[in-house]
Ligand binder design. Structure first.
Ligand code: HEM
Length: 99
């Protein structure tokens, strides 16, 4: 299994809107081959920091989705006017080798 751990920090007063957008996310990714599940979370006490965990069968499944149109379609609901803290965006891939 591969886990993509991505994070960004909201710079303006839009945390509630971003949370709402994730709660009503389009669920397009749910049908994508190799997608196993996801969680969206914030560190306790730091709600403007968003961490996204997506779980994939293998790296190719993640990369195909990320480079394809489904990724872009999944992001059309990003709240207008959202500003991120520069440099706060990061995606890292993790190989799960034991559980
Ligand atoms: C850094 C900039 C990013 C922002 C501001 C952002 C924001 C959002 C928001 C607000 C949603 C909710 C759906 C919507 O409103 O369109 C969403 C959905 C999602 N995002 Fe991102 N995202 C970012 C980067 C990423 C990255 C790098 C990944 C992958 C590792 C990712 C994976 C997802 C997934 C899987 C969904 C759910 C899609 C679905 O339900 O079909 N996002 N994102």
């Amino acid at each position: 299994m591969i886990i993509a751990l991505s994070r960004f920090t909201i710079a303006n007063d839009m945390t509630d809107e971003v949370r709402a957008a994730f709660r009503r996310r389009p669920h397009l990714v749910d049908e994508v081959s190799g997608f196993l599940g996801m969680e969206v979370m914030s560190p306790v006490g730091t709600p403007a920091e968003i961490w996204l965990v997506t779980r994939w069968r293998d790296e190719q499944s993640y990369r195909s989705w990320h480079h394809g149109h489904a990724y872009h379609e999944s992001h059309t609901g990003i709240p207008k006017g959202l500003k991120l803290v520069p440099g706060s965006t990061e995606v890292r891939l993790f190989e799960v080798f034991a559980d």
